[in-house]
Design a protein around this ligand. Structure first.
Ligand code: PHE
Length: 461
């Protein structure tokens, strides 16, 4: 069933909303801690290579599929005439639901930290473990966060999402630059930069490659159809390849700057870089304190408030995917679909909420084969959804475009709104990447590393 669909009001509207989806906790919370766990610069290099060489062509494909079909990820494959491929869309919906379920918990942390900073509680950094374990409080913040997300999504695509993205993202960007400059002036900053920028390739195990690939897909909101969905609201006169280039550069740029800012802070405070999911929450309050009480409160609150907004433009895009599915495919009223799914996802997130110290069952949830320490529930969901489902989704999308839908159809759609693309080197690269580079590399890395991580079978070591 088709229902009348919205469209982004302006060219920048789409780009900012999609960049808003991409830029979020993935850049500022997850990227630095993954770099820390992955041993530093070698991880960063792999991440950059994955983003530009593999993810960019997949992003272009997702947007093109969305704009061509004007459907949600499930309906899009059906609309192109390949009903069986709708399974890729269903997998995307599932990945999105899983991601939002834990993402919302971390968004709750960010919002909670804003409230702590407003009160000048710089001690919260050293109390992070207790903070994250206080499930009632953090759960309340998460509930509040999900409600705001639902409110924005229920107002429809252009009113809600477009307006929010427009002025908040540039402010966050400026704040990160300012903090980065400040970070350079601190003692030991150089050690942090060395860790971040000088690669030690012996650190590159399959597990690290896997994490870097998952991080690239997660950060760019790829592999689950979020950009098929956003693409479905894009008008035909827009240039997809430049829009995707802008989104990729913005997202990668902000993640890269966030690392530049954070590692000097981490090393100047003598903290371990592999501190895991608490890294920014443990590190930053102490930094804000060094700015003096007044400035510290202003900058600290602004930072966590903007981080919450960045998370919000991402949660909005995550929720939009299952909502657009229910609206398009099942004719359910938008507002009803929104509140229903938001509540459901909040509930699915409860084990993640409890897995940071509140419940020992979820905190030490499973010990994966070939590993000797247990992982918490939230981390496990990340392994499954971000690190596995997203790259597999990307793999399937590239195979679909190259061998099922066929490249000339992709090229036709890309040339709509961009006549100069025909015959250009960029088009040649996208063709080659989608047909060979993406399927082969994504396929191999996922198989090797799933065996490694989930089954303890080490093909390389
Ligand atoms: N890209 C978002 C971030 O980095 C997370 C996200 C993943 C959003 C997948 C939508 C889809 O925070």
């Amino acid at each position: 069933m088709t229902v009348s669909r919205g469209e982004f009001n302006s060219r920048v509207g789409f780009i900012l909303a999609a960049a808003g989806s991409a830029v979020g906790l993935g850049n500022i919370w997850k990227f630095p801690f993954e770099v820390g766990k992955g041993g530093g610069a070698a991880f960063v290099l792999m991440y950059l290579a994955f983003c530009f060489l593999l993810c960019y062509p997949v992003m272009v494909s997702e947007i093109a599929i969305g704009r061509k079909t004007r459907r949600n990820p499930v309906g899009a494959f059906k609309a192109l005439g390949f009903r069986r491929w709708a399974i890729v869309g269903y997998m995307g919906l599932m990945a999105g639901v899983l991601i939002l379920s834990f993402y919302n918990v971390v968004a709750g942390w960010a919002f909670g930290y804003f409230l702590e900073m407003v009160q000048g509680n710089f001690e919260i950094g050293s109390q992070f473990d207790g903070f994250a374990a206080d499930w009632m409080k953090v759960g309340l913040y998460g509930f509040f966060f999900m409600a705001i997300t639902a409110y924005i999504v229920s107002n429809g695509i252009s009113n809600g999402i477009e307006r929010a993205a427009k002025f908040l993202m540039p402010t966050l960007f400026l704040l990160i630059i300012a903090l980065m400059i400040y970070a350079m002036t601190l003692p030991n900053a150089i050690e942090g930069l060395k860790f971040y920028l000088i690669p030690d390739f012996s650190a590159l195990t399959p597990t690290v490659l896997y994490a870097a690939l998952g991080q690239a897909f997660f950060s760019l909101s790829l592999g689950m159809g979020a950009l098929i969905t956003y693409g479905s609201y894009v008008s035909r006169d827009q240039n997809i390849v430049t829009a995707a280039a802008f989104i990729t550069l913005t997202d990668v740029g902000i993640a890269f700057l966030a690392g530049f800012m954070l590692f000097p802070f981490v090393f100047s405070q003598g903290l371990p870089p592999d501190g895991g999911a608490g890294l920014i929450f443990v590190t930053l309050p102490g930094v804000f304190e060094t700015l003096g009480a007044t400035l510290g409160i202003v900058i600290g609150s602004a930072f966590f408030l903007l981080l919450s907004f960045a998370a919000l433009t991402s949660t909005v895009s995550l929720l939009e995917v299952p909502v657009s599915y229910l609206v398009d495919e099942h004719g359910i009223k938008r507002s009803r679909a929104v509140w229903l799914i938001a509540l459901l996802i909040f509930l699915i997130g409860v084990p993640s909420l409890l897995s940071n110290g509140a419940s020992s069952i979820f905190t030490n949830f499973v010990t994966l084969m070939g590993s000797d320490s247990p992982v918490d529930f939230m981390t496990l969901v990340g392994y499954i959804a971000n690190d596995t489902m997203l790259p597999v989704g990307g793999f399937l999308i590239s195979v679909f475009v190259a061998y099922v839908w066929k490249k000339h159809n992709l090229n036709e759609e890309l040339a709509t709104g961009d006549e100069d693309l025909r015959g250009s080197w960029l088009q040649t690269y996208i063709d080659i990447a989608i047909s060979y580079i993406c399927p082969v590399i994504l396929g191999v890395i996922t198989v090797v590393t799933v065996l490694d991580r989930f089954f303890g079978i080490h093909l390389f070591s």
